[in-house]
Each structure stands twice: as C-alpha cells, then as structure tokens.
Design a protein around this ligand. Sequence first.
Ligand SMILES: NC(=O)c1ccc[n+]([C@@H]2O[C@H](COP(=O)([O-])OP(=O)(O)OC[C@H]3O[C@@H](n4cnc5c(N)ncnc54)[C@H](O)[C@@H]3O)[C@@H](O)[C@H]2O)c1
Length: 350
Amino acid sequence: MKTVKVSASSEYDVIVSCGILQSAGEYIEKALGGRPRLAVITDDIVDSLHGETLERALCGFDIVKFVFKNGEESKNINTYGEILEFLSENSITRADAIVAFGGGVTGDMAGFAASTFLRGIRFVQIPTTLLAMVDSSVGGKTAIDLRGGKNLCGTFWQPSLVLCDPLLLDTLPPEIFSDGMAEVIKYGVIRDCELFEKLLSVNVREDSEDVIAACVSIKRDIVNEDERDTGVRALLNFGHTAAHGIEKLSDYKISHGRAVGMGMMIAAKGAERLGICSPEVSEQIKKALEKYSLTPNCPFDAVGLCDCALSDKKRAGDSITLVLPEKVGNAVLYKINIESLSKFFAEGLE
Ligand SMILES: NC(=O)c1ccc[n+]([C@@H]2O[C@H](COP(=O)([O-])OP(=O)(O)OC[C@H]3O[C@@H](n4cnc5c(N)ncnc54)[C@H](O)[C@@H]3O)[C@@H](O)[C@H]2O)c1
C-alpha cells in the first residue's frame, strides 16, 4: 500500500493499494468522519463490472446510485443537470457526499456536480482507469464539455479522499490501458528519469502500485505548487498542445492518450531543432510509446495543428507556452511567438 498526501487548498490522501476497493467503506468512513449518505455516480460499464463489489464494500452506508451511459459524449450539461436533479430528488444534503466511481469522465462530471450542488459538498474519487488513477482523480480540476470544446465549464474542487485499486485495471480494454500509459510516460519525461527507465524495463501491469504512486506524487508536487494552474502546472500539458489539435482533426477518432503520445514526439523533436534537447529524447519517447502500443507518428500536417492550437483556450495573446523536454526527467515552459508555431510543428513532424 502507498499513501500520497496532497496539501492543496484542502488536505487529502491518495491511497494506492491492490484490493482496496473491498475496504472502501472503512477508508471513506475515516476520511469523512462517520457514515454520511453517499451518492455513487458511475457509468454503465463500470457499474456492470464492479458495482456490486463497491456496494458490498459500502455495506452499512445509506447509498443512492446514479448510472449514466459511458463515454465522453455523456460529459455534458444534460447529464450534469440530471445528476443535480438526482441529488436533489434523493435529498442529498451538505452533510452527505458523492462517490465518483469510474474513469476521468465520471470523476470530472461527479466532481463538478459536487462542487456546485448546494454550493459544494464533499466527494470521494474511486478511479477505475489508469488515466483517472494517475491524472484526473488528483488535483481538483472538475469539468464538463460544451459544444464549443472539451472541459470549457468547470471548477477547482478537491476530493476528500482518492482510492486507487490497480486490480480494477484487469478489466480495462488494452487500448484504454495504453491511453493511460501516455500520461504515465509524460510524468517520466517531465519529472522522473528513474520512472521513465522503469517503464522501459518492467511490465507496468506487474508493478502498477509503485508506478501509479510515483505518478500521483509528481502530480501532487506540481499541484501543491500551483493548484490554480497559473504557472508550473502547465508542465502537465507536455504533449497536449499538439494532442488537442490531433484529437480535433481526427474528429475525436484518435483517443486523447494516443494523441498525447504523438504530441510528445512532436514536442521532443521540435525541442531538438530548437537546440533544447538531444535526439536521444525523442528516440527514448518513441521506444516507450511503442512498448505500450502507442503510435509515435502524427497523421496531420503543421498547418492543421497550428490552426487548432491557436483556437485553443490556453493561448495568451501573441504567444503560446509550450512544454519542452531538456532531457528525460526534466521539462521546461517555453514561450513561443504564434508566428513561429507553424515552423515548430513542421520541424516536430519531420
Ligand atoms: N480533471 C483532470 O485533471 C483531467 C486530467 C486528464 C483527463 N481528464 C478527463 O478524463 C476523461 C478521460 O478519462 P478516461 O480515459 O478514464 O475516460 P472514461 O471515463 O470515458 O473511461 C474510458 C472507458 O473505460 C471504461 N472503464 C472505466 N473503468 C473501467 C474498468 N475498470 N474496466 C473496464 N472498463 C472501464 C469506461 O466505461 C469508458 O467506456 C476526459 O474527459 C478528460 O477530459 C481530466
């Protein structure tokens, strides 16, 4: 068992342990100081695979459950509205809590509901995808998508507890596991050379507790420093500037994780051309991506990627901040003029 303590605007533990789902009730009771009513929010796939185990683990709690159709398409204002109505119809009060049980979609949407219902109630994250364990369940960003783009409406709202049970990953389809691996590789490149080397030398599925805890610790350190995403938290966007464009240009047929993998390659090769890192960095990233069934090569051109990046919400005036690796284990923020962005992408795609 590994416990990572987060001290953001509130303090909470992220506990990573195989089989911890079975004891969720015990940990939730400790973190919430008693047995409040719990509103479990989950999607249909997670509910069918693991819902009963969670219900057994929460025996002794009064629980109500809201199940929505799995997938990003559900992360919208309609499902969010249904969740709020559900909480209200079930007389959830400020003394009660939400349990987000699922991947990043569930966590983001349930967290957003928790932050806005009755002006904010407590919530617990039980992530069930690798991405949600290493990334979205920690750090307090909640969101829903709008027609204009992903995550355009949200809040910062920290959970009271995060329980990661790596055994839940056994039912995850391989391609969704690979998507999560893109974020794991990202952590290695931006902050932890040892973690990166481990990814190349071991099978992550067999060492998942340590790897997840290492990623959570990196995210914790960055979030502790910059909870509201005005500075160093941007490092977590390594690979994401191009990735958002890749997802959009593919009409979201290329998943986020796959796009992040391609985006990291573009950033590393672009950084190489700017003299910021050696060619070894992109070679190492390529090796890691291929090991975890992620494609390094982007099918789109620099013009398309540039147009998307310039319409992205992260653009600030005439410049855009890129995250570039200096070496494996260290990345830096690099401001680039928007006129130079197309050249950067073109060189990154070579
Ligand atoms: N808040 C943040 O900081 C943050 C960070 C990164 C990503 N995100 C968000 O996370 C979302 C993506 O998360 P995701 O990839 O987990 O997507 P997801 O929640 O849609 O899960 C992917 C699929 O896996 C299924 N699934 C989940 N757990 C399973 C399990 N144990 N076994 C079998 N199937 C399972 C789900 O039903 C779904 O079909 C995006 O909306 C993204 O914007 C948020």
